[in-house]
Structure formats: C-alpha cells, structure tokens
Ligand binder design. Structure first.
Ligand code: DI6
Ligand code: FE
Length: 413
C-alpha cells in the first residue's frame, strides 16, 4: 500500500506519550501529510491546512504509536503441537531438542515447503499481529539452516512486507541450531554460515541484521563471536538469543558488539545488565516463551530498571516455545508474570522496541517529523491495553499515514 500523499487532520486523539505512567491523555489533533506527522497540538488549535485536506474525528479515542514486534520467527512450516503434548507429559524442551525434535523438527517441515506454502501460513500469523495494532515486525530466518532454505524464509519475510501495510525487518538466524547433516561438526557449520550463507544472502539484500542462539543447545560463545564478526564484515548490526536457559555470558558478548538487542535474558546477571547499559543495547524480554516453557527463572527486571537498560517486549512468535500471535497478550503477561508496569510495557512495544528493531524510519513515537504509524483503540484508559485478555480493542491501524480500515480480526490473502 502506498503512503497517502494528501493531508489528513486527525482530530480528538488521546495520544499516549512515551513514558506514560497513568491517567487519561489530553485531547490532541494531528496533521499527517505524505506519511509523516506535520503538526500536533491541543485539539482545536491546528493552523489552517492545505486545500482539500481530509478530516477524521477519533472522538476522544486512545491512540498509541503503531506497536512493534521486535522479535519473531513468523515464517516456518507446520507446527509442534505434538511436542507440546510431550512436554505436558513430562519431557523438557532441552530433552526433546537433544532427541532430535525441537527446532530441527521445524527445520524438516520448513525445508519441505515451497515459498508460497510458507507465505500462506505466515501471512495468517502476520494478519493476527496486525489486527492488534502491529505496524512493524522483525522476522528471523533459522528454520532452513542451509543456503536455499534460509533464502526461501527470508524471501517470504520480504514478501510479507510487500503484501501487507506493515514494516518488515529481516534477521538472518542461520546459527539457530545445528542442522542434522553437520552433526558433531558445529564449527564446520559456523564456517558455512559465516563464509557462504551470510555473504550470499546479504548480497541478495535479504538481511537487515544477524542473530545467534547462544545456548547449551545452540552455539558457544566462541562460535557466536565468529558469526558476529562475519556480520561486522558485512556492515550488519547484530542481536542475540542470550541467557534463555542458562547463563553463558552471551549478553556481555552482544554488548561488546554493540548489539541492537539481547533477547530472553531469564538467567542474566548484574554484570551482564551493566554491559548492556554501557553498550546501549536493548533488553528484549519474551514472556510468551517464559510462559509456554513454564519457566520459573524470572528475568532480572528490577536490575534492568535500576541500571536504566531500555526494556522491549515481543511475541517471539515461533512453533516451539511461543506459538503466540498476540502482542497485547504479551503486554498482559509482562505485567502479571514479570511485574512490569503498564507504562513500562507500552514503552516496551513502542519506543524501546523501535530501538531494538534498528530501522531509522520506525521511532515508536508520535511527534512532528515521525512517520504516521499509529493505532486508534476502543478503550478509555491506556491501561486497558494490558488489562483485557482477548477482547478486540483495535479500532483502526494507520501505517505511513494510510488507514487500513477497521481491523476486526485476521484477514486472509
Ligand atoms: N529461542 C526460542 O525461544 C526459539 N528459538 C530460540 O533460539 C525457539 C525455537 C523453537 O523451539 O522452534
Ligand atoms: Fe526467539
């Protein structure tokens, strides 16, 4: 969808600012032209606009920046409901993974499907996110684990951003798991990731950032660093799945490489928190995975807060640990499970998520000059966004100034 080139004056919006803590925002008007916010101020005080300007009245609805889901694995084949049942019967995620299930079972399914088949499944998940106000999303590869299949995933991710009014940023996660054909030879696989896959996919314009799963069941610190070095050689920013199941020191490594974000972080210690702060790296917390794995180790929210590390939240939407396409549900989980405040949770899916996304066009704020990505909500109090579970609350989603119309539920292609 092209951005709207005509001007629109949006009237009577209760715009929730970054850093909001409580209360009902004042009524404001906002002029949008060519996809950007040109003017904002108290309701009824806008200077005269260009001839032919459109007017839209939000009648005092709560408005937030478009939500940003800065960590997803939205493209994959099949599902893992059978593994969910195994875990309910007592098997752990790590046991299933070591027995050849887990990520590798999604790799088999993803390799077996065509680009079109993967697209059809992923677009449903993307539409579910959009129906709850998501206007920018990060999508990782990592269920292909060879050049062709990783390329296929990233091409699907790029196609999603063309097919729908949403900003898509792609992340190459070739180092997500060891593919079966490299069993016992992880360093050879990392060679392949660094010397063949990443440079080729980067040349094809398919990669915006590079991620690594640094974990006992993933890759070591030394292997992770080699991937980061290859990313630096391509001029790409990095991020890391760090300290999810154990404390490996990944967050400190990510900080040394000025990572956009370090993600999961349940086992992060204070030294890691300080390293993130000093590097300006965003801590991305993923309560959907915490919940779905019935994890009991809480991420160090209070330490992150005390050291002033920006906290983002994301769905981690994936078939193994977070089959979740509701960012609003993640807000609720962050408040109930992680004891975040509603204000912290809202910043975590807007302004802080924007920083983790690393796309200069996406600020997660609504100020003059920003891109007009915003959501009009059917709520009276911003706190309702984290409070209701399952009630549709999204009245309208605007991306680059253009309304996508009323979004009432997932729409199919
Ligand atoms: N951590 C996760 O939570 C996902 N990937 C990762 O590195 C899980 C991926 C999966 O189980 O399919
Ligand atoms: Fe993940």
């Amino acid at each position: 969808m092209a951005s709207d080139t005509s001007a629109t004056l949006w009237k009577n919006l209760r715009v929730v600012p970054a850093g909001w803590t409580a209360g009902i925002p004042e009524l404001q008007d906002m002029r949008v032209q060519e996809g950007r916010i040109r003017w904002m101020g108290s309701a009824g005080t806008a200077p005269t606009g260009p001839a032919g300007e459109d007017t839209r009245d939000a009648h005092g609805a709560v408005v937030t920046p478009g939500l940003i889901d800065c960590h997803t694995h939205l493209v994959f084949g099949g599902h893992r409901a059978a593994e969910f049942a195994q875990r309910l019967a007592g098997a752990s995620y790590e046991e299933i993974s070591r027995a050849g299930g887990g990520i590798v079972s999604s790799v088999r399914a993803t390799r077996a499907q065509s680009e079109d088949e993967l697209f059809i499944q992923a677009v449903r998940r993307l539409d579910a996110l959009r129906a709850e106000g998501v206007t920018a999303v990060e999508i990782k590869s990592g269920y292909g684990l060879n050049l062709e299949a990783e390329r296929k995933m990233l091409r699907v991710a790029r196609r999603l951003g063309v097919a729908r009014p949403i900003t898509v940023r792609t992340t190459f996660l070739g180092a997500h798991a060891l593919p079966p054909e490299y069993a016992g030879r992880p360093d050879d696989y990392i060679d392949q990731v660094c010397q063949v896959m990443l440079p080729a996919l980067h040349d094809e314009g398919l990669v915006d950032a590079v991620d690594v799963f640094c974990e006992r069941i993933g890759f070591t610190l030394a292997q992770s660093e080699r991937v980061f070095q290859a990313a630096v050689d391509c001029g790409l920013p990095v991020k890391m799945h760090a300290e999810q199941l154990s404390l490996m020191g990944g967050a400190a490594l990510a900080a040394r490489y000025k990572a956009l974000s370090a993600d999961h972080l349940e086992y992060l210690d204070e030294a890691g928190v300080v390293a993130l702060r000093d590097a300006g790296t965003v801590a991305v917390l993923l309560p959907g995975a915490y919940y779905f794995l019935r994890e009991t180790q809480l991420p160090p929210v209070d330490l992150l807060r005390r050291h002033g590390v920006p906290i983002a939240l994301a769905t981690d939407s994936n078939p193994g640990t977070s089959p979740n396409t509701s960012l609003l549900m993640v807000l609720n989980m962050a408040c109930t499970l992680f004891r975040m405040t509603v204000g912290e949770a809202l910043d975590a899916v807007t302004v802080h998520a924007a920083k983790a996304l690393g796309c200069p066009q996406v600020t997660g704020r609504l100020q003059v000059g920003d891109r007009a990505d915003f959501v009009i909500w059917d709520v009276d109090d911003p706190a309702e966004l984290a409070y209701w579970i399952g009630l549709p609350r999204c009245r309208e989603v605007v991306w680059q100034g253009a309304a996508s119309g009323a979004v009432t539920g997932p729409r199919h292609s």
